[in-house]
Design a protein around this ligand. Sequence first.
Ligand code: PEP
Length: 252
Amino acid sequence: MARTPYIAGNWKMHLTKRKASALARDVASQQGQASHRKVAVFPTFVHLDHVRRNLKGSNVILGAQNCFGKKEGAFTGEISPYMLRDMGVKVVLIGHSERRHVFGESEAMLFDKVKIALRAKLDVMLCVGETLEEREGGQTFKVLARQLKALKVVKPTQIDRVSVAYEPVWAIGTGKTATPTMAQEAHAECRRQIAGILGEQAAATIPILYGGSVKAANAADLLAQTDVDGALVGGASLSIDDFGPILDAAQH
Ligand code: PEP
């Protein structure tokens, strides 16, 4: 089954309001209304509105990097997926490794986040991936199976709003990339696990993006793998000179 290539830029805690707006304009003008690939950008919360305005006229999808697992309440400093939706956000990253490892987000919290984000009508990009220790200990597939269990909360009618990003923790921001063969192996396992949780049809349609030091020089080889449907790009998404060629690498 053909899955539309999906390229996403995670801007993390970078850029100023002015630079984020300018980058949004650059991405919007490169993407325009192209339909042969999906493109999303994930600015920091406080830049969402500026970026939204600068994406106008393009089909670039506005994403948020995180959300809280409740609709509303006394949760100082947190942001509800309903608030994100109200701001024009369409997709939210859930379970990015920095959330799991730097901020200690548990599997239980991530279950809640996936459930409530989908209920708020946001698309969800669930991030999964093993640490170096887990890979070296032969635990990669076990870790992926455990993390993908968050998809158990997805209802059949919500499947088309879900994507998965496989991001080996040891490859994020380190300059070390999984080889295309390693990426393909992990992606095929993710698809097998998704089939077990949501069925074969869902597994065939849910896009699985690769993340971890993706750059212009390695994007095409990674994207050429059968089960690699796109890329979640961190560092190389912060300038159009780096991100533009990655967008160009995303062909059907
Ligand atoms: C990420 O933050 O999701 C990521 C993959 O970062 P980088 O491309 O910088 O490794």
